[in-house]
Design a protein around this ligand. Structure first.
Ligand code: ADP
Ligand code: MG
Length: 341
């Protein structure tokens, strides 16, 4: 049987269209990645879909802009100017991160404290010239810390002379939220960003499944994997930045009561929740609190999930995250303690 030529042309066109749309679909699912160094840490942005390349370029620019506003070590940043005695607007990027930081200070009973910088400076963590300060030096620095040293008047923040702010414990989380907002505004539906262990996701993976985020183990490399939908997975650990002197290890997360590295029994804390900003501040705060106090705090704040690795190898995990956590082979489930609500 012979058909008119027209039919063959139409059939061929339909086949080509089907092939093209399939190609376009798979092409749209290809990950587009942008990796660079910013905010003192390696950054990887991964986004899916045809809009990803342009969106990633804008997102990198945005992260660099945030760094230039809130990094304490970038001269001329709003935070550096505030620390040098200038007034800065409360509605700029730095002002908004600062407000979030003080809110988290309140929420964590002072375990997270953005005014600790005078003490942190003594240890040389930002300069790389590591020293162990004397008790007297630390006490002098601690007198400059606390929320009473910052003022907000007529839309401007200012600090008492000698007091200094540091957003190092919240800034990368804030940037991760801003990155996701930027990607979304560019039409991206599926993305994952990682700023040195501060992971934030947008939507689900292109096939609709959840994201798998690795949690680092300072000993074996990988503690386990958490599966999450849209949200934040943020880790703070004492193995990130530290130095050793006379056989003692000193790290960059300080106890606001002593000005010394927090020795609370935690090795690392991973926090999950909606907001990267809050999870970042919280991972630092829970590290300071230690497993026991941290578990108590988490019981009264059920919207967060957490995995706390203790010094003795115990892994504390909140009930709401227990099913989403798969431990790596090197760690055994018998080391796991579920924090019951
Ligand atoms: P990382 O920066 O390695 O991801 P964190 O999010 O825990 O780790 O932030 C640690 C940083 O936060 C320190 O380098 C310092 O700048 C700051 N910091 C240290 N101790 C505290 C604290 N108790 N509260 C708030 N910020 C802190
Ligand atoms: Mg943090």
């Amino acid at each position: 049987m012979r058909y008119p030529r027209k039919i063959y042309i139409v059939l061929a066109a339909i086949a080509a269209l089907a092939l093209f749309s399939r190609l376009a679909r798979t092409r749209g699912e290809q990950p587009h990645t942008r990796a660079f160094f910013a905010m003192d840490t390696p950054v990887t942005l991964t986004a899916y879909g045809p809009l990803a390349p342009g969106a990633l370029e804008s997102t990198e620019k945005l992260i660099r802009r945030i760094e230039n506003e809130i990094s304490v070590t970038v001269s001329g940043s709003a935070v550096a100017r505030l620390n040098a005695g200038e007034k800065i607007p409360s509605d700029g990027i730095a002002g908004r991160v600062l407000a979030a930081a003080f809110a988290m200070r309140q929420e964590t009973d002072g375990a997270f404290d953005p005014t600790l910088y005078p003490a942190l400076l003594l240890w040389g963590f930002t300069s790389g010239k590591h020293v162990v300060p004397s008790r007297g030096e630390l006490d002098t620095a601690l007198r400059l810390t606390g929320p009473e040293h910052i003022k907000r008047e007529r839309g401007l923040y200012s600090l008492d002379h000698g007091s200094k702010i540091d957003l190092g414990g919240i800034g990368k989380g804030w940037a991760s939220d801003a990155a996701v907002d930027c990607l979304r505004a560019h039409g991206v539906k599926s993305a994952i960003v990682n700023l040195g262990g501060n992971v934030r996701t947008l939507g689900f993976r292109p096939d609709g499944s959840k994201w798998r985020v690795g949690v680092r183990d300072p000993e074996s490399g990988l503690l386990g994997v958490v599966t999450v939908g849209e949200g934040a997975v943020i880790t703070s650990g004492n193995y990130e930045r530290f130095f050793e002197k006379d056989g003692v290890r000193y790290w960059h997360i300080l106890d606001p009561h002593t000005g010394e590295p927090a020795r609370s029994g935690s090795v690392s804390v991973t926090v999950t929740g909606e907001s990267g900003t809050l999870c970042d501040a919280l991972s630092t705060a829970l590290f300071v609190m230690g497993p026991e106090k941290g578990a108590k705090w988490l019981r009264s704040h059920p919207k967060y999930g957490a995995v706390i690795l203790g010094e003795n190898g115990t892994i504390f995990v909140t009930k709401n995250l227990a099913a989403a956590l798969t431990l790596d082979g090197a760690r055994s489930a018998s080391d796991m303690r579920v924090i019951e609500p």
